[in-house]
Design a protein around this ligand. Sequence first.
Ligand SMILES: CCCCCCCC(=O)SCCNC(=O)CCNC(=O)[C@H](O)C(C)(C)COP(=O)(O)OP(=O)(O)OC[C@H]1O[C@@H](n2cnc3c(N)ncnc32)[C@H](O)[C@@H]1OP(=O)(O)O
Length: 250
Amino acid sequence: MLRHMMRRLVLFQGQHQQPTFRALRGTKMKTPRHSPGLALSIWTLSSKPRDFSQPNSSWSPEMRKVYDHYNALCATDPENESEKSPWMKLPSYNRSIKYATGGIHLSKLIQAEARLFTRNVKEQGATFEYVVFINKEEKSCVCVFQSGRLLEGAPGHVHGGAIATMIDTVTGTLAGFLSGPIMTANLNIDYRSPMPLGSVVLIHCVLDRIERRKTYITCKVTSADESKLYTEATALFVSISVGHLFGSRS
Ligand SMILES: CCCCCCCC(=O)SCCNC(=O)CCNC(=O)[C@H](O)C(C)(C)COP(=O)(O)OP(=O)(O)OC[C@H]1O[C@@H](n2cnc3c(N)ncnc32)[C@H](O)[C@@H]1OP(=O)(O)O
């Protein structure tokens, strides 16, 4: 069954419909605590994983306003239903493996207690609140990001590592959407002005170019009204085989 699910995962990644999953190198299989039969029957009944891109009560009115703006862009015009919007909102789970068909089951086998860095604090609003909207035609995306109180670096401002985490996540999401399974090979960041803790910012990413296995993305982080530039970055992602995550170079 595991082999079957892995095959579905590879097929899924090849369709480039969703962002890729991140490194699982050094992965260990976890033996289910229950008997396999019982465990499987429970999994079959399990509901959909929580989608963290949905609004929650920690979102500020500004976060909600920007979210509503981009969410409206995703809707199909009722007067022209044949023309689909190029915008789409991506779901977000606490493990990227859950994007794959059967991923919810796989995530219970592969390092079952692992959690995506940006989604690992249960308290809503304490760390990374974000949602990513992709524009398929422009090969670009916008992430609406609200930083929480646990992300402080300089007093009252967001930690540079937290900003880098978000840039890696959003550029990686776009690269994975466009190129399938990838890993970050290079990330260059210029911090232009300090980002107030708790503020809502936009992370704009666009495809620069694709050369063989290399996908180059450029990124700008601005205030929600786009009047202030906080950060600029460029990122290189290299396409990998799923085997690369499990230690095989083939
Ligand atoms: C939903 C959430 C999404 C989150 C996305 C986040 C993704 C991550 O953070 S991944 C974690 C951080 N990244 C890593 O741990 C990666 C570690 N590095 C590796 O595994 C490998 O070095 C890897 C995969 C990047 C490249 O290795 P490999 O597959 O052997 O590629 P390799 O043959 O060396 O290079 C391929 C091409 O990329 C180029 N390249 C590789 N690394 C670099 C680099 N650091 N800088 C510039 N170019 C590079 C090579 O020159 C080569 O170019 P060309 O095609 O022109 O000859």
